[in-house]
Design a binder for this molecule. Structure first.
Ligand code: NAI
Ligand code: 13P
Length: 332
């Protein structure tokens, strides 16, 4: 494709996507915040901390200068933790031209503003075209070229197809979707349920409990999503149930792992420290809790997760409260 691409963030997902984009013959420059990490990546061609089993192609350039990374890039790919996306974009000076495409690969909602990343990008970059890349895709597997299917959601079909071509490879199958809101919310909110699935495993509950969480979880996600303007069908696709399945069941999942530790008795801060990578589901629980309250949407699993994370509520008591709620029809 030979497109110049700036990748903002060199954690596990940024590394795996940079490798894929470079294999697809694009010119990739990765912005790394930390000087020492940047030098290590550049010299060793291994991301020891975040993705140690993957060899990084020689032609990927690493820089700590964000303006150098985005200079002349036609595409900016965001892969930092969600809570720092706004601040990261603010560091870019005068590089936003109408023809740039901004793709978000981070999964979360900004705490406080309750903005999705599309909203942050529109506020901070004004006229750039926007797309979100999301779906069941652990970096550990993509980095090893293992088969993966994912969604690129973009309101503009032509731009969506261009991005589809940018990422498509023999092991990375990309579907287009016009529903940006639904794709973003599916990717962000499933992390809350994955944390819950980990907690359920950690306290010793079984497969039935996890299946119930996943299934009633996607119902809640869709309920909030539709209230925010999403298409309900998106939640049965890759960015919805697809990503929910992989995150709730995979041993690679950071959210599930953190939940498992919480279920075993660690505090949330201890769990995050032990995982050593970003655990988006925690901040997203707080944001989703506020969104649901503002919109008067019933989200009992999100409420339960909030209670566990914020008030240190006992897991078994919390699950018991969920179980003995007023009886209801499945479709409501
Ligand atoms: N790891 C995965 O398999 C996938 C991750 N994602 C999403 O991608 C995003 C990034 O996740 P990972 O790569 O897993 O995270 P990670 O924890 O592996 O890496 C995070 C990166 O962000 C950098 N970073 C942290 N704070 C920063 C700041 N204030 N300013 C600039 N950079 C900062 C870190 O130095 C690191 O390079 C998250 O939103 C995650 O949900 C999406 C799909 C797959
Ligand atoms: O979004 C992901 C897989 O699609 C990654 O999830 P974790 O952040 O829980 O590892």
């Amino acid at each position: 494709m030979n497109t110049q691409i700036a990748v903002l963030g060199g954690g596990s997902w940024g590394t795996a996507l940079s490798k894929l984009l470079s294999e697809n013959n694009n010119k990739v420059k990765v912005w790394i915040r930390d000087e020492r990490h940047c030098r290590e990546l550049s010299d060793d061609r291994i991301n020891k901390k975040y993705l140690p089993n993957v060899k990084i192609p020689q032609d990927i350039v690493f820089t700590t200068d964000i303006n150098e990374a985005v200079k002349n890039a036609g595409v900016i790919l965001i892969v930092t933790p969600t809570q720092v996306v706004r601040n990261t974009l603010k560091q870019i000076k005068g590089e936003y031209k109408n023809d740039k495409i901004v793709i978000n690969a981070s999964k979360g909602i900004e705490v406080g503003t309750l903005n999705r990343v599309s909203e942050i990008v529109s506020q901070e970059t004004r006229n750039c075209k926007f797309a979100v890349l999301t779906g069941p895709s652990h970096a550990e597997e993509v980095g090893l070229s293992m088969p993966t299917a994912i969604t690129v959601a973009c309101e503009d079909k032509v731009t969506g197809e261009l991005i589809q071509d940018l990422f498509m490879s023999t092991y990375f199958r990309v579907y287009t979707n016009g529903d940006v809101i639904g794709a973003e919310l599916g990717g962000a909110l499933k992390n809350i349920i994955a944390l819950g699935a980990g907690i359920s495993d950690g306290v010793g509950y079984g497969d039935n409990a996890k299946a119930a969480l996943m299934n009633r979880g996607i119902v809640e996600i869709a309920r909030l999503g539709v209230a925010l303007g999403a298409d309900i069908h998106t939640f049965s696709g890759l960015s919805g149930i697809g990503d929910l399945i992989v995150t709730c069941t995979s041993l690679h999942s950071r959210n599930r792992s953190a939940g498992y530790l919480i279920g075993q008795g660690y505090t949330k801060d201890e769990a995050v420290k032990k995982v050593g990578m970003v655990v988006e589901g925690i901040s997203t629980t707080y944001a989703a809790y506020d969104l649901a309250k503002n919109l008067n949407i019933d989200m009992p699993i999100v409420d339960a997760m909030y209670d566990i994370l914020e008030n240190n509520a006992d897991v078994k008591d919390t699950v018991n409260k969920l179980m003995i709620r007023e009886k209801k029809d499945e479709k409501l």
